[in-house]
Design a protein around this ligand. Structure first.
Ligand code: ZN
Ligand code: ZN
Ligand code: ZN
Length: 206
């Protein structure tokens, strides 16, 4: 991934404070720049082609989810699997209410509190991540440590999301806040831009 503009963009980025339901203060940086996939780390896949066979992604993600739950002693129930599969059904984020609607259409009425609890379990296992800027959730398609310094890339056109490793971005944030005496509790970096395919499509229609 081409990250050279990041440092410059971060200096002019907007910083917003978002309150979560748990009351924790979140530093949310909304950055804008175009993303290319050259040099993307193998453990963090690039945006797949729009017409790719998503069954492969889904099966890999499901296999990893089951293995990780087994490893961490987390019970893999039919409902947890159904929720995970719905979140992982595409590379786009889904809200908790989207999930409730989809499950209701398949004849399963699940209370919001139960959906949130399942999402919390899946998040704590690192299988699902929350997209703070959209109040939605997406399935992790990369095999990485929960504490990995990742940034989330969101395509404004196709709505798809991927993650990328960016330890330098976290180091820059830590250095920038150090002098202020500010204690970082959690850093979220979500980058809004265009995936390769959407950027090419836009360029072709200009
Ligand atoms: Zn896919
Ligand atoms: Zn992830
Ligand atoms: Zn796109």
């Amino acid at each position: 991934m081409h990250l050279t503009p990041l440092r410059g963009v971060m200096q002019s980025s907007e910083t917003a404070s978002v309150s979560e339901s748990r009351g924790a203060s979140v530093s949310l940086l909304l950055l804008r720049y175009n993303v290319t996939s050259s040099g993307m780390s193998t453990s963090f896949p690039a945006f797949p082609p729009q017409d790719h066979d998503h069954c492969v992604c889904l099966n890999t993600a499901l296999g990893r989810a089951k293995a990780r739950c087994l490893e961490q002693g987390i019970k893999w129930t039919a409902l947890r699997e159904q929720v995970f599969l719905e979140v992982a059904t595409s590379h786009k984020p889904v809200s908790a209410y989207d999930l409730i609607d989809v499950l209701a259409k398949s004849g399963k009425r699940v209370a919001p509190v139960s959906i949130y609890r399942i999402l919390e379990v899946l998040q704590s296992a690192g299988l699902v991540h929350r997209l703070e800027s959209r109040n939605a959730f997406f399935a992790c398609m990369a095999d990485h440590e929960c504490a990995a310094h990742t940034i989330t890339l969101v395509c404004e056109d196709c709505d798809r999301v991927i993650e990328a490793a960016a330890p330098d971005a976290y180091r820059a944030i830590a250095a920038a806040t150090q002098a202020t005496g500010f204690m970082i509790r959690r850093t979220v970096v979500e980058v809004s831009g265009l995936c390769d395919e959407c950027a090419r499509r836009r360029a072709a229609t200009c």
